[in-house]
Ligand binder design. Structure first.
Ligand code: 5AD
Ligand code: SF4
Length: 445
């Protein structure tokens, strides 16, 4: 969601006539789009802001703007803490950024001194999706379907910085996806904090659900792949599973946050499902969608987590066999329910558990990727490989990155024979590199 918001911020600034600077040193306006889900991004921001402040001392007309969830969480104190910040805005207030920076679209930035210091917050939320967009990737796009979250996960700061859930209307989403398809986008990722509870707040006026939205997007010509993130296991209903199974464009891949494998900890986290319910959901999905890839989010060291609880997480990880996992050390966030809980787990215990978890998730992911060797996978080409410029890079339908020999152009769908694997990537070769065949024909004639 943060990456999607950044694309909208860039789009807004471009409309004001502000292009991307080659480096932060060259920028007249520096915008930080922050995340505050864990403590680490907060710490990083402090370091980046220190550098920006030093540059501003040399050139006081530079404008520093801080947006995103950190700005929202710290709205009462951000200007006191960082007096050199000119503008602060929450994730729902990107639309107003232009008013502050660009003199209403005149194309000329305002010198910092002329900017009334301002901030925008939750009270005036708008969908970032409605703003101009600067897409970083030409054939893939994020599509925001909802904003905010009505869950009350005890560790999570999102509901307090992004507000209550609000769904975009289906017609607006379908219109955006149709426009994207016309621009050459082949793959979309539907985005929401709790993407599969989409549509509930549209009742009774509009009777719909996330499964229907998947079907509507699947029917749009030119969209070859549909993904979505992140669903909440408690809201993963059968119509969504059926839509995944029946829609050609919906990929055989799901990100299904587990958070903990212990029902006791899940209850304390207020996740509202048990280990058994989660596992039953995985079983239903696997039965309906052959070859399904599953990824997850897991938190270690939630307050009160015992070694037995942690071992139950390891058990679920082994039982599900995740294709990939994002693993997080629990980070206390001010104002959340968990921050006030007793029995905070000592840091060294969290780190030791994290190491064990990472070792297990990586070995399972490696084995799952190795099982693809010898198969032919459909790959959407993204560009040159990041590690070896002689190779191409793309993703399989199951969302694994593949580095491969071939001649296809970005945006093409090609078949790749998988020859090798690590825990995170595959490598291989295009099975039918049409361009090289053409070259050979040309030589022969
Ligand atoms: N500490 C650690 N991880 C967290 N997440 C959310 N809040 C916290 C926290 N306070 C993780 C969850 C979520 C992912 C996006 O970030 O696993 O699914
Ligand atoms: Fe946070 Fe839970 Fe909402 Fe996800 S579902 S954004 S973890 S409160």
């Amino acid at each position: 969601m943060n990456a999607h918001d950044s694309e909208r911020i860039k789009g807004m600034l471009e409309e004001l006539g502000l292009g991307e600077a080659p480096s932060a040193d060259d920028a007249d306006v520096v915008v930080f789009n922050t995340c505050t889900i864990r403590e680490k991004p907060d710490t990083k921001l402090a370091a980046y802001l220190g550098e920006a402040a030093a540059r501003k001392r040399e050139d006081p007309d530079r404008v520093i703007a801080v947006g995103g969830c950190y700005a929202e969480a710290q709205r009462e104190s951000i200007f006191e803490r960082y007096p050199f910040v000119d503008v602060a805005f929450g994730p729902g207030s990107i639309a107003h950024l232009g008013d502050w920076l660009g003199a209403g679209g005149s194309g000329r930035r305002q010198p910092a001194g002329a900017i009334a210091r301002g901030r925008f917050g939750l009270d005036e939320r708008e969908f970032a999706a409605r703003l101009p967009m600067h897409r970083e990737r030409s054939v893939q796009a994020w599509v925001q379907v909802s904003m905010g979250c009505n869950s009350k996960c005890a560790y999570c700061i999102v509901p307090s910085v992004r507000g209550r859930e609000q769904s975009r209307r289906p017609g607006e989403i379908v219109a955006e996806v149709t426009r994207l398809a016309a621009q050459g986008v082949r793959e979309i990722t539907l985005l929401g904090q709790n993407v599969n509870s989409w549509g509930r707040d549209l009742l009774p006026e509009i009777q719909t659900g996330f499964g229907e939205l998947l079907r509507a997007c699947d029917a749009i010509d030119g969209i070859e792949r549909i993904r979505f993130t992140s669903p909440h296991p408690k809201d993963f209903r059968d119509p969504v599973i059926a839509a995944m199974a029946e829609c050609d464009a919906v990929c055989e891949q799901v990100h299904l946050p587990l958070q903990s494998g212990s029902s006791r900890i899940l209850k304390a986290m207020r996740r509202t499902y048990s280990r058994e319910r989660y596992l039953a959901l995985v079983e239903r999905m696997r039965a309906a969608i052959p070859d399904l890839a599953i990824s997850t989010d897991i938190i270690v060291g939630f307050p009160g987590e015992t070694v037995e609880d942690f071992e139950q997480t390891l058990e679920v990880v082994a039982e599900v066999g995740y294709d990939s996992a994002f693993t997080f050390v629990y980070s206390s966030r001010a104002g959340t329910e968990a921050a006030g809980m007793p029995d905070q787990v000592p840091h060294d215990v969290k780190i030791e558990r994290m190491e064990r978890l990472v070792e297990l998730t990586q070995s399972i992911a490696r084995a799952r990727n190795l099982a693809r060797v010898g198969r032919v996978e459909q790959v959407l080409v993204e560009g040159a490989s990041r590690t070896d410029a002689t190779l191409l890079r793309g993703r399989t339908r199951r969302n694994t990155t593949v580095n491969f020999r071939g001649t296809a152009a970005p945006g093409e769908l090609v078949d790749v024979l998988v020859e090798g694997a690590t825990s995170t990537t595959l490598r291989g070769a295009e099975t039918n590199p049409s361009h090289s065949l053409l070259t050979m024909d040309a030589c022969a004639s």
